[in-house]
Design a protein around this ligand. Structure first.
Ligand code: GLU
Length: 410
């Protein structure tokens, strides 16, 4: 199923529960604006490359639109559209005063030099600078982009519009970035795991955990969870799956990736060949890499009792049905990975107030925001007797619908 279709499916499940009329569904689903632009830039060898960049602005009824920029070969209009709408529901479920957007370029940034990625980013900003801004649409990092890309983006945007660091979040801490932004998504995932395990009457020490992806999100989630006494028994990245049934030394692996390109070459763990991390015998499974990895083909083989969706859109609707039938609890992406955009919001607030928060304050407010959202979703799920995903979408839809009604329709 294409990504946007899958998101719509989850939307309709919640809209059915809320008995939302068709005309309101159509109003809430349809993106406000979709832009495709030419991104042409010079390679180091003097030749010119031409790529396509996208920005989809889905909804702004609750505030300026917010969402990341993804540089990945899988980026196309359908994917960006799906991810933009997920941002609307994500910001609503954690109650940030934002709408949703997403953007990106269909490219493998690793195939380009650092200077080329800089020129690519600046060329992209040249095309979209007039539709983004601190009061309209605020980009941020996503897969394939980082604090450096945010810095180039801001610098190029300010050439047109003047000083205003709140135009983008996820900036380097030295350049108006927020302390704690880098760890935020992984930390939020960890916070959700602690809450979920407690609610289910389980113990962290007895919750063997497998994490797919050891990039920014997966590695910080692993770090948080191992510090909270969860045995993280398996993690994977493109180089393979690393396994230790007694729990991996996550602190050591974390140090390792700071000095290497990923986990390749790490040898203080068993390396599983051909065995799928997603179907390992664990209590908690955390997909923290690409979308669409839990499908009809493997959902019946998942052994975990709980899945926390750290990636965006990791479970397709067919798989979701199978998991529900098998009583596997799925904490959905729009809640589980909202820690990143939450600290982005704190960064934007600090930029606008010209005031810096301590790391402690960022962590405390992140914890409070995520914990309140978790409790709300849990309550809704109990009251309506629906899975956590449907409950999270119900809360988000109600908030966006209310704001849309208050603002009027024209
Ligand atoms: N790309 C992240 C996400 O999917 C963060 C977005 C943001 O901080 O605006 O939630």
């Amino acid at each position: 199923m294409r990504a946007f279709e899958a998101t719509q499916h989850y939307f309709h499940q919640a809209a059915d529960q809320l008995q939302m009329p068709d005309w309101m569904r159509k109003l809430l689903i349809t993106p406000k604006r979709e832009v495709s632009v030419q991104v042409a830039f010079e390679r180091d060898n003097g030749s010119i490359d031409t790529l396509v960049g996208y920005r989809v602005q889905h909804d702004n009824s609750r505030g300026p639109m917010k969402g990341g920029l993804r540089y990945h070969p899988g980026v196309d209009l359908d994917e960006v559209r799906a991810l933009a709408s997920l941002m609307t529901w994500k910001t609503a479920v954690v109650d940030l005063p934002y709408g949703g957007a997403k953007g990106g370029i269909g490219v493998d940034p690793k195939a380009y030099s650092r200077k080329e990625v800089e020129r690519m980013t600046r060329a992209f900003v040249d095309q979209i600078h007039d539709i983004v801004g601190p009061d309209t649409d605020i980009p941020a990092p996503d897969m394939g982009t980082n604090f450096e890309v945010m810095s180039w983006f801001r610098n190029q945007w300010e050439k047109y519009h003047g000083f205003n660091p709140a135009v983008i979040t996820g900036k380097p801490v030295e350049e108006y970035g927020a302390r704690g932004r880098e760890e935020a998504t992984g930390r939020g995932v960890g916070t959700m795991a602690v809450k979920l395990v407690k609610r289910l009457g389980m113990r962290p020490e007895a919750t063997r955990t497998a994490i797919q992806g050891f990039g920014n999100v997966g590695s910080h989630a692993a770090k948080f969870l191992s510090e909270a006494a969860f045995p993280v028994v398996a993690v994977s990245d493109v180089s393979g799956t690393y396994y230790n049934p007694k729990g991996l030394d996550i602190a050591e692996m974390f140090r390792y990736i700071l000095n290497h390109q990923g986990l390749s070459g790490y040898n203080n763990a068993e390396i599983l060949n051909g065995e799928d991390l997603l179907t390992l015998d664990v209590e908690l499974l955390i997909p923290a890499a690409l979308g669409d990895v839990i499908t009809k083909a493997n959902a019946k083989d998942v052994k975990a009792k709980m899945i926390i969706e750290a990636a965006n859109g990791p479970t397709d609707p067919d798989a979701d049905l199978i998991l529900n039938d098998r009583d596997i609890i799925v904490l959905p992406d729009i809640l589980a990975n909202a820690g990143g955009v939450t600290v982005s919001y704190f960064e934007w607030v600090q930029n606008r107030q010209h005031y810096r928060w301590s790391l402690d304050r960022v962590r405390q407010e992140l914890d409070r925001t995520m914990s309140d959202a978790f409790e709300g979703v849990w309550q809704q799920s109990q009251e309506s007797k629906v899975p956590l995903r449907t409950a999270a979408f119900m809360i988000a839809l109600k908030r966006v619908q209310k704001a849309t009604e208050l603002a009027g329709y024209s």
